[in-house]
Design a binder for this molecule. Structure first.
Ligand code: DC
Length: 234
């Protein structure tokens, strides 16, 4: 059967990763969470003192570190879950990159043109052999404009904030406040949709999925049906 590229875009916490991961596992494709790559760069910047307390990014240092290949991002498969784990310079940082501290700084990092260029190049290389499901904000528009299947996922800000809250709680993060999560979700929406480089927008040929009132099982089935339709057409 012909292997295709599947691009899944949407706002933060709309359930893209869950559905993309499940689909990849079911159909035997590689799954790449492009948001994890932006998070890994943000984690690198925080760990190396490249973001001041007031949020100012040392762009010059970050740019030269990226150019000098000091920010190496890769994925390994978790032996037990068969899920990909994000690595930064060979160290698994999957948990670290999901912390609020990273979420609070990732949007300005993801808006930097030199960061986007470097990660886009890496993502395109990962998709050369096809057989890949990648999720993010600009996958169907910039990274893989020729993807055979493009999905644009949406859900209300309140529902997305509740999902993020439950996720953080399940990970054992303490001192989480629903109001600050809603604020963070809305701020990120604003930056992601209005930044100059690769803003989040629906690709013209993307199929829209509003999952505000859908269960995970329903989403899974919807996506599987779209995949089967597309593979039959190709
Ligand atoms: O999907 P996420 O919330 O883990 O993404 C983290 C951040 O990275 C988010 O602010 C948007 C940004 N991002 C992006 O700009 N482009 C992508 N392809 C993926 C994520």
């Amino acid at each position: 059967m012909k292997r295709i590229v599947i691009a899944i875009d949407g706002l933060s916490s709309c359930g893209k990763s869950t559905m993309a991961k499940d689909l990849a596992k079911t159909i035997g494709y590689i799954y790449i969470d492009s948001g994890a790559m932006y998070r890994a760069v943000t984690f690198y910047a925080l760990e190396n003192g490249l973001i001041s307390d007031s949020g100012v990014i040392n762009e010059e240092r970050l740019m030269s570190d990226i150019k000098e290949n000091k920010v190496k991002i890769s994925f390994i498969l978790d032996e037990h879950t068969q899920r990909p784990l994000t690595c930064l310079n060979g160290v698994v940082v999957e948990k670290d990159i999901r912390l609020m501290r990273v979420s609070e700084h990732v949007s300005p990092i993801a808006a930097l043109p030199f960061v986007r260029e470097a990660l886009t190049r890496q993502q395109q290389a990962m998709g050369e052999e096809k057989g890949i499901v990648m999720d993010g904000r600009d996958i169907g528009t910039t990274v893989f404009p020729n993807a055979e299947l493009k999905i644009y996922v949406k859900a209300s800000a309140e529902i997305r904030a509740k999902r993020r809250y439950d996720e953080l709680l399940a990970k054992g993060e303490k001192d989480i406040c629903m109001d600050s999560i809603i604020k963070n979700v809305k701020e990120r929406d604003e930056i992601d949709q209005n930044r100059a480089v690769s803003p989040l927008r629906k690709a013209e040929d993307a199929l829209v999925l509003d999952n505000s009132n859908m269960t995970i099982e329903e989403q899974k089935q919807w996506l599987m049906d779209r995949f089967n339709e597309r593979v039959c057409q190709n």
